[in-house]
Design a protein around this ligand. Structure first.
Ligand code: COA
Length: 187
């Protein structure tokens, strides 16, 4: 992946210098409100390695967001193949995001995600991109709506990786956009 540039951001593969920020967004209680786990530094490093390898192999994935003005990493956004059979068939591509708390409210998630939609539909010629979130993760579903995804309620599911001890985190809502709908958006 050579990097995707937007007005304020560079979307690029992970670097060694991003490890602290990546751990922060995997362990901060507010950022992780809708996840049933927090990751320590060792676990976080291992996930960053996995994401970095995926991006190197496939050319896309959950990639770092670098703020051009400061050079700092704000979090991630990207597209990635899901592994959620039978809820979402193999080959389904999801779009997702996670930002450090101090970078919320600046429009960075939408700016990065819109660039990833464009890359997915125009460079990779994907047929469809989906997104999903815990049903009351309204900040995330607001991003989905702002970038043009549509509610796809018939595909809602209980996430198989969420333990029964977290019933309020099980139900996930699904949004989707296909290539024809993308072409109709005013981008
Ligand atoms: C989900 C998440 C990425 C959304 O971040 P965000 O900053 O709210 O998202 P956006 O990029 O759409 O920014 C929109 C906000 O920026 C504001 N904004 C400021 N400047 C802006 C600009 N130049 N352009 C667009 N929006 C701007 C908007 O008014 C809006 O503010 P509001 O939240 O007060 O209404 C963030 O809350 C997060 O990391 N959550 C935790 C992780 C998570 O749950 N991930 C999803 C799992 S499915």
């Amino acid at each position: 992946m050579t990097g995707i540039e937007t007005g304020r951001l560079i979307l690029r593969n992970w670097r060694e210098g991003d490890r602290e920020l990546f751990h922060e967004i995997n362990s901060d209680a507010e950022v992780m409100t809708f996840f049933p786990f927090r990751r320590n530094r060792t676990e976080s490093d291992a996930v960053m390695d996995l994401l970095r390898d995926e991006i190197s192999r496939f050319g896309f994935g959950f990639a770092a967001i670098e703020v051009k003005a400061s050079g700092e990493c704000a979090g991630f956004a990207g597209i990635r193949r899901t592994g959620l059979e039978p809820h979402l068939p193999d080959g389904t591509v999801e779009i997702g995001w996670r930002l450090a708390r101090r970078h919320w409210g600046k429009g960075y998630a939408c700016e990065a995600a819109t660039a990833w939609l464009r890359h997915g539909f125009e460079a990779l010629r994907l047929e469809e991109i989906v997104s999903f979130a815990v049903h009351d993760n309204h900040r995330s579903t607001a991003v989905m709506e702002r970038i043009g995804l549509r509610r796809d309620a018939s595909r809602d599911f209980n996430h198989p990786a969420v333990p029964e001890a977290f019933p309020h985190l099980q139900r996930h809502v699904v949004y989707s956009l296909d290539a024809a709908q993308w072409r109709e958006l005013p981008n």
